[in-house]
Ligand binder design. Structure first.
Ligand code: NAI
Length: 335
């Protein structure tokens, strides 16, 4: 499998590569050819990463291509993990950030369209991840639209762990958490359909934590603000947990989620009244290399409001991005 990581010289790249090369991401018997892309001034650091990969002696790793040329990086790839993005600087407006990233993802989408495998699976991590994924997708018309996704698995894992820590159970005892919407502070972490394995069998999280004030208040805030809390503490954004989440996202998509519901930001097909075409985080199950949006979950009034709020933010981001691309929203919804 040819796997490209963009922005590979950065901190998530450093934490992610061991997952990929040890078989945790794409399965224990999948041989890997890595294509590592970063900007020209990061090439020396990237060479250092390559040397370390060699020193690790991973059995699955067949070859490492290091380049600053996206054309080379994307040629023949089966998976693309897009970490590289323009970072938000002090005083920079969200609109300016979108504009900078539109240029990057427009060009990278165009190149994916030209030289990547037509089945390439793409996950965008670089922020604003959902809208960057939409831009790349729109510039890659020969690749199936559903192959473009964005990462909300980190938020999903955070939500699951918060509930698990509160109930003093392992994280894996908590199932069916959902992140709805944007990977931003408007995301809606929702446990109204979650269950937890207890000594008495599986129970609804809402029945075990009989505290709607917490589940509708503090819990949501903690998950929404977790990224900022980590930046405050570490003076750097999440990298170890982001890498684990990327590995989980790709693993479940490619290998299967084993019946588990997980969260992925994927092109909306109109499910749950979410505008078609937006890259919106839904509950999904994955098998045989495909994800399916879980249907018929109960959506109460509170959830509806939260789901619409994050959708409206994504619509605004999309409209700003489309203005840069000279496209309109109807074209996306129809395509
Ligand atoms: P970092 O700053 O350590 O690394 C980013 C790398 O991307 C740098 O090496 C930089 O040279 C490279 N880069 C920039 N523009 C590029 C381009 N046009 N082509 C190729 N490479 C390019 O950042 P870090 O911590 O690795 O994070 C990467 C991104 O992931 C950031 O945008 C961050 O906000 C985002 N993020 C998203 C999360 C999510 O859950 N969706 C979670 C954590 C971070």
């Amino acid at each position: 499998m040819r796997v490209c990581v963009t922005g590979a010289a950065g901190q998530i790249g450093y934490a992610l590569l061991p997952h990929i090369c040890s078989g945790r991401t794409f399965g224990p018997s999948t041989k890997i050819i890595l294509h590592l892309l970063d900007i020209p001034r990061a090439q020396q650091a990237l060479m250092g990463v390559k040397m370390e990969l060699e020193d690790c002696g991973f059995d699955l790793l067949e070859e490492v291509v290091v380049t600053s040329d996206a054309n080379v990086a994307f040629t023949g790839i089966d998976a693309c993990i897009m970490l590289g993005a323009f970072p938000r600087g002090p005083g920079m407006e969200r609109k300016d950030l979108l504009a900078k990233n539109c240029n990057i993802f427009k060009e990278q989408g165009r190149l994916l369209n030209e030289v990547a495998s037509k089945n390439v699976k793409v996950v965008v991590v670089g922020n604003p991840a959902n809208t960057n994924a939409l831009v790349a997708q729109q510039c890659a018309p020969s690749i199936p639209k559903e192959n473009f996704t964005a990462l909300t698995r980190l938020d999903h894992n955070r939500a699951q762990s918060q509930i698990a820590m509160r109930l003093k159970v392992p994280s894996s005892a908590v199932e069916n958490c959902t992140i709805w919407g944007n990977h931003s502070s408007t995301q809606y972490p929702d446990v109204s359909n979650s269950v937890v394995a207890t000594a008495q069998g599986k129970q609804k999280v809402g029945d075990v934590i009989q505290n709607p004030g917490y589940l509708h208040g503090e819990f949501i805030k903690v998950v929404q603000q977790r990224g900022a809390a980590i930046i405050n503490a570490r003076k750097l954004s999440s990298a170890m947990s982001a890498a684990k989440a990327i590995s989980d996202h790709m693993h479940d998509w490619v290998v299967g989620s084993n019946g588990k519901t997980v969260s992925m930001a994927v092109p909306s097909d109109g499910s749950y009244g979410i505008e078609k075409g937006l890259i919106y985080s839904f509950p999904v199950v994955c098998s045989a290399g495909k994800y399916t949006i879980v249907q018929n979950l109960k959506v109460d009034q509170f959830s509806r409001k939260m789901m619409d709020e994050t959708m409206n933010e994504l619509k605004q981001e999309r409209d700003t991005a489309l203005a840069f691309l000279n496209k309109d929203a109807d074209t996306i919804a129809r395509s």
